[in-house]
Design a protein around this ligand. Structure first.
Ligand SMILES: Cc1ncc(COP(=O)(O)O)c(C=O)c1O
Length: 440
């Protein structure tokens, strides 16, 4: 590594904090530029982005049409206060209303996913006049205080206590505890349990339930058959709103534009971010159905952000959506998802260390096991072989997430079959190392 690169890393470490880390433990990846599915280090080494960064650069890096649109955006109106009407605001909201299923026709723009979820809850509380929120343990909803309380995963622990009224429930498919033998049974039993929780909490106190439609970081867990429809019906019975967090699962990742389309439902509120601009710039949005929007015709929406409807962000989103349409990326995700699934099946059959995998569209995760068939690192744990695996990927030029017992496979929706196979070959060789480490 050159002196200049080392100096850059040192400055980043000395003067900034990194997400979810103690400073002494971070070893940031130096990146100079990125193009398509490849990241380039300052010394020119290229790295395959097998996780779309934070499962968010869905159209690949530096798409020339979006880069040009962003440059053009700077020639016009760069900023206008959120009380303004702008062409970008008119164009993007109209486009989103066309694209979103059902009567999800009104939007509030934010800077990212956590702010979208914050405002989703605010809308639900103001609309229903109730305050409690249900969420699931295997979930992540963002790092702000309210979102941390809805988040089920261990990132919540150090952020407790939060404000009261956040009730977390078990997912329909926890790993080590099953609600049933098959999908229908799991759905029925989980919804029976959920009904009991609702009754015990007092349905008249619950504004909304928020779910990651397909749980992301905590397992790539698509809902079992009938769950989304059953959940929708159950919450409707009690006048509880359904918020689908599509921050990670939305924008083509699962092979549909929005993951809730797999379940043939329309949520009351949808939060989105990441893929909305392919992360080229900060933008999130909350979509709401007509009756909720109508409520705010005569009732004040008690929320606001300096960067609500930032023109450059909105123009970037329009350009990204245009690319997604021109290149048919949602259908491509479904098609390439089958190719990716084939690789994942092959590696699971080949390697003793791979316990199982899940994938939907270009959203995939392997679970690794020890010689006894237990998850190699357990819940919230670590294992030397997983650390070595992460180091191997880095050495070989593959960027993906290795977390607890899991290895993620979430490349950009634009990846070619050749690059996908290249990445899977690195995983293949990495899994052989873990096979050796567990002695099988
Ligand atoms: C499902 C989900 N919701 C919310 C968030 C928070 O989004 P942001 O980091 O943009 O605030 C994330 C981020 O990873 C996410 O995956």
């Amino acid at each position: 590594m050159s002196d200049a690169t080392q100096a850059m890393i040192d400055a980043c470490k000395r003067h900034t904090l990194f997400n979810w880390s103690a400073r002494g433990g971070v070893s940031p990846l130096p990146i100079a530029r990125a193009e398509g599915v490849w990241l380039y280090q300052p010394d020119g080494k290229r790295i395959l982005d097998f996780n779309s960064q934070l499962m968010s650069v869905n159209i690949g890096h530096s798409h020339p049409k979006v880069v040009q649109a962003m440059k053009d955006a700077c020639d016009g109106l760069i900023y206008a206060f959120p009380g303004s009407a702008t062409q970008a605001r008119a164009d993007l909201s109209t486009k989103l209303a066309e694209l979103m299923p059902g009567d999800l026709n009104t939007f509030f723009f934010t800077l990212g996913g956590a702010e979208a979820n914050e405002n989703a809850v605010k809308l639900a509380r103001l609309y229903t006049g109730r305050h409690k929120v249900l969420s699931r343990y295997r979930s992540y909803h963002g790092a702000t205080n309210l979102c941390m309380q809805m988040t089920g995963d261990p990132r919540r622990w150090a952020n407790e206590p939060g404000s009261p009224g956040f009730i977390r429930v078990l997912d329909p498919s926890p790993y080590d505890f099953s609600f049933g033998e098959n999908e229908e049974e799991k759905t029925a039993n989980n919804l029976r349990y959920l009904r009991e929780v609702i009754e015990m909490e007092g349905p008249q106190t619950i504004a909304a339930m928020i779910i990651e439609t397909v749980t992301g970081t905590n397992g790539v867990l698509p809902p079992p058959k009938g769950y989304l429809k059953g959940l929708r019906a159950l919450l409707d019975e009690y006048g509880i709103l359904l918020i689908c967090d599509e921050v990670m699962a939305g924008w083509g990742r699962t092979g549909k534009l929005m993951a809730f389309e797999h379940g043939d439902i329309v949520p009351d509120i949808v939060s989105m971010a990441k893929g909305l601009t392919s992360s080229y710039i900060a933008l999130g949005a909350v979509a709401m159905r007509d009756p909720i929007a109508k409520h705010f015709d005569t009732n004040v929406f008690w929320g606001g952000l300096t960067y609500n409807s930032h023109p450059i962000s909105l123009k970037t989103a329009l350009a990204v959506i245009q690319v997604m349409e021109d290149e048919d990326l949602v259908n491509r995700s479904a098609r390439m998802g089958e190719v990716m699934r084939g690789h994942m099946e092959r590696l699971t059959a080949k390697h003793a260390c791979v316990k199982t995998f899940r994938s939907i569209g270009m959203f995939g995760m392997f679970d690794l096991q020890d010689a006894d068939g237990n998850l190699i690192a357990g819940f919230n744990g670590s294992h030397a072989a997983m650390k070595d695996l992460g180091a191997f990927f880095r050495e070989e030029g593959l960027f993906t997430f290795v977390r607890w017992s899991h290895v993620m496979s979430n490349p950009p929706l634009t990846i070619s079959e050749e690059d996908l196979a290249w990445g899977m070959d690195v995983l293949d060789r990495g899994f052989s190392l873990v096979d050796n480490a567990i002695g099988r």
